[in-house]
Design a protein around this ligand. Structure first.
Ligand code: PLP
Ligand code: COI
Length: 365
């Protein structure tokens, strides 16, 4: 069967949570990535057959050969995308083709097979068809999909695997950060880079996150909730946070974000914010930004707001930047007005409270 005609075998779970159990979870503190729905999608690929064996089945452990390439050489990629429940009960997702295309770019870099974009979107639709009751309806909550692809071939030779699996799991989610939308502290990583020149920084692959965990631990030890990475060559230019892109707002109204350098992940939230800001007539700049420009700009009052953005983080104000021997910003100051109004506009579109003038929403159910 070819990829564009994948037919799903749907096997409902025999141990799905009851409606009462589900409602109790959805009514509680969801946080991020703690709870999972009852089902998942699994599609297999191998060199001979291409994509095949598409299933919706009970959420549960995967069975892998211990020699599977993903376990040894880290051949893995993933995506992050949400489903939003609108006031009329319908369920929508945001720019899924962009995530599908990014999964293809990540696959190309990690020498994994390309899932057609239409199949990526269909995989989300299939999971929502069975687990729609897990899409929360409390304010600012959503169902976070985690599509991922792993190399499953049982072979220890170091080469691109000839068998892979694509899966989608889903997690009802609230705010990524424990304090919700309150300003966060960020730790500047000076000893570690996230990605190397020519490396995998622009791909969404597990290895990039593995490399960020030690500096992330350092950040927690300093009372910060994310790490800021600088460019891997000169250690001078802003790149991004461990799991988010970053924006600076200038006093004169400019919105500035690091240019895509080849080692930054091209965030879909980032590109949506650039569009919304242009629509407002704001001057936007994608360019190299030095860490000194941030420090001096905040000190002089030229830079009035800084924020992080991503699917999980949405738009989160950055209150302060800390590093070895310095602190920039004031964590006690309230979130910036422009930050919060961009956050509101973006979420109003995602939740159907504002017209979708760019055609970004796709109905799932
Ligand atoms: N940068 C990194 C390293 C990320 O993990 C993410 C999150 O997906 C982003 C940026 C933001 O990307 P997006 O807005 O597509 O979620
Ligand atoms: C996302 O926003 O989807 C991510 O993958 C980032 C991570 C911090 C959860």
């Amino acid at each position: 069967m070819t990829a564009d005609t994948l037919r799903y075998q749907v096997s409902p779970s025999d141990h799905a949570r009851s409606a009462e159990q589900r409602e109790a979870i959805l009514a509680g503190e969801l946080g991020f990535g703690k709870f999972f729905t009852d089902h998942m999608v699994a599609i297999q690929w191998d060199k001979a057959q291409g994509w095949h064996d598409a299933k919706v089945c009970a959420y549960g452990p995967l069975s892998l050969d211990p020699s599977a390439s993903v376990l040894h050489y880290g051949q893995e990629i993933f995506e992050g995308i949400k489903a939003y429940r609108h006031a009329d009960g319908s369920i929508w997702t945001f720019r899924p083709e962009a995530n599908g295309e990014r999964l293809q770019r990540s696959a190309a870099r990690l020498a994994l097979p390309q899932l057609p974009v239409a199949e990526f979107v269909e995989s989300l639709r299939q999971l929502v068809a069975i687990d729609h009751a897990w899409v929360p309806s409390t304010p600012e909550s959503s169902l976070y999909f985690r599509p991922f692809m792993i190399a499953t071939e049982a072979f220890l030779g170091v080469r691109a695997a000839q068998a892979a699996g694509y899966y989608v799991i889903a997690s009802p989610a609230g705010a990524y950060f424990a304090k919700g939308v309150a300003p966060v502290s960020i730790w500047l990583s000076e000893d570690y880079a996230r990605a190397a020149k020519g490396g995998t920084g622009a791909a969404k692959c597990g290895g990039n996150y593995a490399a960020s965990l030690l500096p992330q631990q350092e950040a927690y030890a300093q009372g910060c909730s994310q790490v800021l990475f600088l460019d891997p060559v000169e250690g001078k230019y802003l790149e991004e946070l461990g799991g988010m892109n970053v924006f600076l707002v200038f006093k004169d109204g400019r919105l500035v974000t690091p240019a895509l350098s080849g080692s930054i992940l091209e965030g879909i939230t980032r590109s949506s914010i650039l569009q919304l800001a242009r629509d407002r007539g704001m001057q936007v700049e994608e360019r190299p930004i030095t860490i000194d420009e941030w420090k001096q700009g905040v000190a002089s009052g030229e830079i009035t707001e800084v924020f992080a953005c991503g699917t999980a983080a949405v738009v989160t104000p950055i209150g302060e930047l800390k590093g070895k021997g310095f602190v920039v910003g004031d964590i006690t100051a309230p979130a910036g007005e422009i930050t919060m109004s961009i956050r509101k506009e973006l979420t109003d579109i995602q939740y159907g409270r504002l017209p979708d003038r760019h055609g970004w929403l796709v109905k799932l159910r």
